[in-house]
Design a protein around this ligand. Structure first.
Ligand code: GTP
Length: 556
């Protein structure tokens, strides 16, 4: 296929602005998929993606399109829309020369519109603004055009107004792709240089790496090397995605497709890695970094007898997602489990949902935490969430864009929900990593009658320790069953007690209901009480049911 007739592009958008719907229409218009079928988000393959309506893994499709007597190959690289996956977005973008920036005609520019635009802008891609959902009653495409001109400096007459749902004006999008996006700049005669921009795992065939070829050619039987791991593989199959895999003899520079080469798990085909021919090393493509987990949580089987099943489910899921880090962990209260690292909160929820849906696992997920580096005391500006304002810009009369520097632990738990409810759903939010910052953090212990409860040790900001400690003590008081003696629940920093609650003594007389008589019934009840105790964890002489930990850890 002549390089000048190839266009590589992505669709980027804020969540729900219609990226997948537009992709479906493009697939239909080019005859890639059958129009008669009720196509809904064909590229969203996972069940969670369909249910949540979000794209988790990037999917790719090659479309053929005739225009003025010439046949064009349009490679659509679908990118995940959510903040958690911005590294995947930026990698997918490096395989493209242009993007369709989809903006909802009613909602206008949102947080991820801005974040995604700048990823494309930094990668020096041609940006085609597409205003979608013009069929909506409240659509105001002119207002959105003005926003686009003001925020992105793109002349408003470059905007294409469409309804992806109804198919209105989608042909002009195809036309713009051909006219406004340049063909890839590649060298077919140079040695192979291929970017891995996604990878999936197939039980029968191993890892399927999605690749974009910058230089050279690759065919079945070639010996290739991963620039990152330096491992050598033999190529078993290459092909294009239509959107399902279709084997071809070769893949040429400028093309986007897939490659199977006996890689056993996705860590061998990391997103952003460069593949080259054995004995023909090339300069790796810039920008590679290993995915960096930002949010950590403990994961435990609800029932320890499920440990092995859960273990194999986690192994299988991580075969497909190398950005999840896994470490074995155990807790006296919750038993054997793992500490997993995720790119963000949504990533964690999606992983949990996939465990439940695809592997039928029932798990306890502890409150997420963020990575810290131990630093000695220093000062920092403090507000409710310890945020520092960096920038403010009015997008139009009704909408303002604010930029803040936040400690990550302030946004991982309930920030998004609070923001949505405070703004009645109008505000949107995106973040990027700004590196480690010094802060006055302290380790807070929770004590039961003077004994530390390891499971509940947390790191908190000095100024928030009192309120968090108080809330923890109150919650524990509500969840902890009364015992024969009084229990003091305390939160402490070092030797200083900062909060306290008391659980009064109480004796649960299991025999109360047996008016003396029936001895077998008495025995049965005593046995049941003894069994109940097995599930308890003793802290000092205090019995803490597993359930209490689950409640306290889950609702933090
Ligand atoms: P993510 O994959 O989460 O990024 O979402 P998306 O941007 O791919 O959005 P999607 O295509 O899933 O569309 C979101 C919702 O908007 C769906 O309910 C679509 O049916 C609806 N939608 C998409 N395009 C249009 C349109 O042109 N008009 C109307 N009225 N609704 C649309």
């Amino acid at each position: 296929f002549p390089v000048e007739n190839i266009r590589n592009f992505s669709i980027i958008a804020h969540v729900d602005h219609g990226k997948s719907t537009l992709a479906d229409r493009l697939l239909e218009l080019t005859g890639t998929i059958d129009k008669t079928k009720n196509n809904k988000q064909v590229l969203d393959k996972l069940q969670v993606e369909r249910e949540r309506g979000i794209t988790v893994k990037a999917q790719t499709a090659s479309l053929f399109h005739n225009c003025e007597g010439k046949q064009y190959l349009l490679n659509l690289i679908d990118t995940p829309g959510h903040v958690d996956f911005s590294y995947e977005v930026s990698r997918s973008l490096s395989a493209c020369q242009g993007v369709l920036l989809v903006v909802d005609a009613n909602e206008g520019i949102q947080a991820q519109t801005v974040a995604n635009f700048f990823l494309a802008f930094e990668a020096q891609l041609s940006v085609i603004p597409v205003i979608n959902k013009i069929d909506l009653k409240n659509a105001d495409p002119e207002r959105v055009e003005n926003q686009i001109e003001k925020v992105f400096d793109i002349p408003s007459d470059e905007c294409i107004k469409i309804s992806a749902k109804l198919g209105t004006n989608v042909e002009s999008v195809l036309q713009a792709i051909i006219e406004r996006i340049p063909p890839p700049k590649v060298h077919r005669k140079n040695p192979l240089r291929a970017l891995v921009f996604d990878s999936t795992f197939d039980h029968y065939r191993g890892v399927i790496a999605n690749v974009a070829l910058f230089d050279g050619v690759v065919s079945k039987g070639d010996k290739i090397v991963s620039a990152h791991t330096q491992k050598i593989y033999e190529v078993n199959e290459v092909g294009v995605l239509n959107p399902n895999e279709q084997p071809t003899h070769k893949l040429y520079a400028g093309q986007v497709g897939y490659l199977i080469a006996g890689m056993k798990d996705v860590t061998e085909a990391q997103i952003g890695d460069t593949l080259h021919l054995h004995k023909q090393p090339v300069e790796p493509l810039p920008g590679f970094k290993s995915a960096k987990p930002m949010v950590f949580a403990g994961i435990y089987p609800v029932d320890q007898s499920e440990y092995n099943n859960l273990k194999s489910a986690i192994e299988k899921l991580t075969l497909n997602d190398s950005s999840v880090t896994v470490h074995r962990d155990s807790s006296l209260a919750l038993g054997a489990g793992w500490r997993l690292g995720f790119l963000g909160l949504l990533h964690m929820e999606v992983f949990n949902q996939r465990l439940e849906q695809e592997y039928n696992a029932s798990v306890i997920l502890t409150t997420p935490t963020v990575p810290y580096k131990a630093v000695l005391s220093s000062s920092k500006l403090i507000k409710a969430r310890r945020a520092v304002q960096k920038n403010m810009m009015f997008i139009d009369q009704n909408r303002v864009m604010l930029k803040y520097l936040f400690p990550l632990n302030e946004i991982v738990v309930d920030f998004y929900d609070s923001l949505k409810s405070l703004s009645s759903g109008y505000a949107s939010f995106d973040y990027e990593d700004a590196g480690y910052q010094t802060a006055e953090l302290v380790k807070m212990d929770i004590l039961l009658n003077g004994n530390t409860v390891e499971e509940l040790v947390t790191i908190v900001h000095k100024d928030k320790a009192h309120s968090i400690g108080k809330a923890m003590c109150e919650r524990l008081k509500d969840c902890l069953p009364r015992q024969l003696f009084e229990i003091a629940i305390q939160a402490s920093i070092g030797s200083k007690i900062i909060a306290r609650e008391t659980v009064k003594a109480y004796r649960k007389n299991v025999l109360a209901k047996c008016y003396g008589g029936d001895i077998t019934r008495k025995m049965k009840l005593l046995k049941r009480q003894a069994e109940g105790k097995k599930k308890l964890r003793k802290i000092g002489n205090i019995e803490v049911p597993k359930d209490t930990f689950i409640k306290v850890l889950k609702t933090q």
